[in-house]
Design a protein around this ligand. Structure first.
Ligand SMILES: *Cc1c(COP(=O)(O)O)cnc(C)c1O
Length: 490
């Protein structure tokens, strides 16, 4: 299968797309023939998560044979998640919650980042590449740890994670700075997530012009700009749908709506891929926090990043430049890469762009959008716990709140809310939402939350406090390139 950049007609095969992460022209790779692929859910009924993953990933990355992909998927997921079905769907009131946080780092990023290292190492083997692959990652909190967990001590790879200093929760920080492994680096930057992401993207561009190969190194990305990171996220949309069919909650063929807590637009874009492949999706509802740039965009067609950046209680969604929207613009404009390149140039240089009416209408057929404030997020956690006994984290709560707004329009079909993190990743907010006073020590708050609710603390988060801090670097937001070159050119 060929993959094309969103900004030119540059194409590569799927193995190269996975290894490069981002196209040399700064665009993002998309499968060239997405529209011609078809995976009806009937074909997936009664399959396990791993079986579904193997079928979907082999369809998109067909340089791998079905038996190779089945083995790779098992290596990625076998025994790593709390539940064998990897991503369970539970009923909460009249709606459903798709729990994506049952992996080793308690955030949904685990689903994709368990698979990505396997895809990268096997793609490298198939292409006969001998250079070390250096993974550069910008994180708003959750990608970093999930990527470290996936890549630590993986032969032939190294990983550098940049996170915003002061922009992640104490639990998230502790997860990253205690990471062991001979090939890992974790560094704070004085700036926010967008600064980290821009610094990493600029580093890719600057390094494309340098000959890193003479140092035996190739750069790649674990962010959702990498198609190898997005593709595994398609699987749980199918899994959840088929689970509801199996439980006789819906009938095969019924439309369902997914409400997705959104930051970089990766998770929700994977839902759009599922729809393109034939999953009966009514609406994909984009849920944002106070950083409501996507709500405004999907309602008006104007994307304007020139606005105040808020640090909220759902920090993994504190993003003003949602990278994967670029892919959606490409798909919704029928592959008009010149148009996409022009929008991205305007965003870069003027801080905004306005899409034309046809494109906006085409987006509105699939997407709906809403946002909520921090207070509403907390109130939603409290109400959901009181009414249904279901404890959700702040990101999930944003989606639950936006799902309520969406229901006011009386949509057809069941509503599935994607739950992207364990409540124990954001214990201070979650405990205060239940009306309790959190201790100053975030780790004690985990115990308080456990006592208040009896919801078990995930294994990966218990005991975090006792682990030694191994990473203390802090750099300016403009020093990312220098920092990377120092690590690479040794
Ligand atoms: C990353 C993340 C999101 C946002 O997902 P995108 O793919 O960036 O839109 C939402 N919730 C949590 C907990 C996350 O870690």
């Amino acid at each position: 299968m060929l993959y094309q950049s969103t900004r030119s007609n540059h194409t590569v095969n799927s193995l190269e797309a996975i290894l490069q992460g981002i196209a040399p022209d700064g665009g993002l790779y998309l499968p060239k023939d997405l529209a011609s692929l078809s995976l009806p859910p009937q074909q997936m009924a009664d399959k396990s998560f791993e079986e579904m993953a193997a079928i979907i990933l082999q369809t998109l990355f067909d340089e791998f044979t079905p038996s190779e992909m089945a083995e790779m998927v098992h290596r990625a997921y076998g025994g790593k998640f709390e539940t064998d079905d990897v991503t369970p769907t539970v009923k909460v009131g009249k709606d459903y919650v798709l729990e994506l946080f049952r992996g080793p780092t308690s955030a949904f990023k685990d689903v994709a980042l368990s698979m990505l290292p396997v895809l990268i190492t096997e793609a490298k083997k198939k292409l006969g590449i001998t250079e070390k692959i250096m993974i550069l990652t910008a994180t708003s909190g959750d990608t970093g740890k999930a990527a470290l967990e996936g890549f630590h001590d993986v032969e032939g790879t190294g990983i550098i994670v940049f996170y915003p200093n002061g922009g992640v929760s104490a639990v998230q920080k502790a997860q990253m700075v205690t990471q062991e492994g001979s090939n890992v680096t974790v560094c704070a930057i004085d700036g926010n997530f967008d600064d980290a992401q821009t610094g990493v993207k600029n580093t890719f561009a600057a390094c494309a012009a340098r000959d890193l190969k003479k140092h035996g190194v190739m750069l790649s990305s674990a962010n959702s700009i990498n198609i190898g990171r997005l593709a595994p996220q398609i699987v749980y949309y199918y899994k959840s749908y088929c689970d509801l069919v199996a439980a006789e909650e819906i009938r095969m063929g019924d439309p369902v709506n997914f409400v997705v807590p959104t930051g970089n637009f990766g998770d929700i874009l994977a839902g759009y891929f599922a729809k393109c492949l034939g999953l009966p999706i009514g609406k994909l509802v984009c849920a944002s926090n106070r950083n409501d740039v996507l709500t405004e965009f999907l309602n008006t067609g104007r994307y304007d990043r020139r606005r105040t950046f808020y640090r909220t209680n759902s920090p993994s969604m504190d993003i003003l430049v949602s990278s994967n929207l670029e892919r959606m613009l490409y798909l919704a404009s029928g592959g008009d890469f010149q148009k996409v390149a022009a929008y991205m140039k305007a965003l870069n240089e003027e801080g905004q762009y306005v899409v034309d009416e046809d494109l906006l209408q085409s987006l509105k057929q699939t997407f709906s959008a809403g946002c909520c404030s921090e207070d509403e997020t907390l109130a939603t956690i409290g109400k959901t716990y009181e009414t249904y006994g279901y404890l959700c984290d702040t990101h999930t709560a944003v989606a639950v709140n936006v799902a309520e707004q969406f229901k006011a329009a009386d949509p057809d079909g069941a509503i599935i809310i994607l739950s992207t993190a364990s409540p124990y990743k954001f214990p201070v907010s979650v405990l205060s939402a239940l009306g309790e006073t959190p201790d100053a020590d975030e780790f004690k708050v985990m115990e308080q939350l456990n006592q208040r609710t009896d919801v078990p603390v995930p294994a990966g988060l218990a005991g975090l406090k006792e682990r030694a801090v191994l990473h203390t670097d802090v750099i300016g937001k403009d020093s990312i390139l220098d920092y990377v070159l120092k690590k690479v050119e040794v």
